[in-house]
Write a protein that binds this ligand. Structure first.
Ligand code: UGA
Length: 453
């Protein structure tokens, strides 16, 4: 929304949320999320044509276009628990829009939702509308965290799905005009509603599948002596495959991939397509396997026990340039090591101790439920400490696990680190970012993903 405000000075954008502290943070100098470039965009537009407010109803009432970006967590109870998306927040947003509206509106699905959500939303809106006309559009977001601003400035495509009726087409055109302020016309794709909704789930499933494919190969590389970086380079040179998203890792994380695939699996099952569901499930299974494999490798190479050994965890966010820890592979790896009674010293340039403790005491799928956005007192995981320096984290450690590819980890003084560690000193590079040969020269025992020892 900040980028829309920046690129469309003629449009007034109001971002509303029921959370008072969150809106206060958006109105302060300390934005509630870390995203390179975002500060500058917000500063330029805030107070001009970008406003943050808790007066939800007023702004919705006044708007011509309402983007709904509420969260759609995975259901933890009832029908579809563990897979289906919970649309409670979406439904109450739709009811509120219907209640407060006094003029016709375009309602845009921005949150990732199961296919055919628009149909349910349409029913809620039209049955409560008192004669007001609503057009529902699906406009899924394809930005990635850490590069969000660049992705928004220069998107591969913008996708708008709408009803194939004259009113539907008119609404699609109206939204298209917003993006056309800065996105070339040929990159703005228009489809029917269901195609747009499904394309979002499909794109994430395809991306995650590439990572699981290369991670599956990494296991085979370790078993055979091939080098996964060489293999993915050679594979990616085929222009039909392409080089992006082929980096082997400790596993993918983030708030979207697993959730969207589980959702896709559920939709397949509901539509009587168990084989298709099974196919996509494997992407998640390989991701879980990769995280387990990493933990097993750490424990087995450190003489089958990490009990009471200090292990430094470098990086906790799910990828670099973000403080986001949702579904980060670091949670599973840390829990695995804690299960073997390791002592963990964690350093991530953007993640606080509070967040780490919270993540490590949470159950699966809890992260997406608002209860956990409130301050709470988690059971402190005693074997875990967080520090604000990689040298402090690694001091007296037996091993180092690199779990996020922060650029600063590439520039560490590994000789200094080695000198202050217990011997033998192990490095487990879950992101293949260090130069293993140089570290071996220093004296480290280095394990990379999918590479010979
Ligand atoms: C992902 C998609 O890339 C976006 O297009 C999409 O809009 C977004 O989800 C969403 O649905 O909101 P994001 O989760 O922010 O974006 O980050 P990615 O760059 O996709 O990374 C996801 C995970 O895969 C990270 O843990 C990353 O480290 C890992 N990854 C990525 C690999 O392990 N290897 C790779 O080659 C690439």
């Amino acid at each position: 929304m900040a980028v829309i405000a920046l690129k469309c000075p003629d449009i007034e954008v109001a971002v509303v949320d029921i959370s008072v502290p969150r809106i206060a943070a958006w109105n302060s100098d300390q934005l509630p999320i870390y995203e390179p470039g975002l500060d500058g965009v917000v500063k330029e537009c805030r107070g001009r044509n970008l406003f943050f407010s808790t007066d939800v109803e007023k702004h919705v009432r006044e708007a011509d276009i309402v983007f709904v970006s509420v969260n759609t967590p995975t259901k933890t109870r009832g029908l579809g628990a563990g897979k289906a998306a919970d649309l409670t927040y979406w439904e109450s947003a739709a009811r509120m829009i219907a209640d407060v509206s006094k003029s016709d509106k375009i309602v845009v699905e921005k949150s990732t939702v199961p296919v055919k959500t628009a149909e349910a939303i349409e029913k809620i809106l039209t049955h409560n509308s008192k004669g007001i006309k609503f057009q529902i559009l699906s406009n899924p977001e394809f930005l990635a965290e850490g590069t969000a601003i660049q992705d928004l400035f220069n998107p591969d495509r913008v996708l708008i799905g709408g009803r194939e009726t004259p009113e539907g087409n008119k609404a699609v055109q109206a939204l298209k005009e917003v993006y056309a302020h800065w996105v070339p016309e040929e990159r703005i794709l228009t489809t029917n509603l269901w195609s747009a909704e499904l394309s979002k789930l499909a794109a994430n499933a395809f991306l995650a599948q590439r990572i699981s494919s290369v991670n599956a190969m990494s296991a085979l590389c370790e078993a055979t002596g091939a080098d996964v970086t060489e293999v993915s380079y050679a594979v990616g040179k085929d222009t039909r495959i392409g080089p992006k998203f082929l980096n082997a890792s400790v596993g993918f994380g983030g708030s979207c991939f697993q959730k969207d695939i589980l959702n896709l699996v559920y939709i397949c099952e509901c539509n009587g397509l168990p084989e298709v569901a099974e196919y996509w499930k494997q992407v998640i299974k390989i991701n879980d396997y990769q995280k387990n494999r990493f933990v097993n490798r750490v424990v087995s190479s450190m003489f089958n026990t990490v009990s009471n050994k200090k292990i430094a965890i470098l990086g906790f966010a799910f990828k670099k340039d973000t403080g986001d820890t949702r579904e980060t592979p670091a949670i599973d790896v840390c829990k695995g090591l804690l299960g073997d009674k390791a002592r963990l010293s964690i350093y991530d340039p953007q993640v606080t101790e509070d967040q780490v403790q919270r993540d490590l005491s949470m159950n699966k799928f809890d992260w997406d439920h608002p209860l956990h956005l409130q301050p709470m007192s988690p059971t402190t995981v005693k074997q875990v400490s967080c520090v604000w320096d990689a040298y402090e984290a690694t001091k007296d450690a037996h091993g180092i696990c690199i779990l996020t590819e922060w650029d600063e980890f590439k520039k560490l003084d590994f000789k200094r680190i080695y000198d202050n560690m217990q011997k033998p000193a192990f490095v487990f590079d879950g992101r293949n970012i260090v130069n293993a040969d140089e570290l071996r020269e220093i004296g480290f025992i280095v394990y990379s993903i999918g590479k010979p020892l």
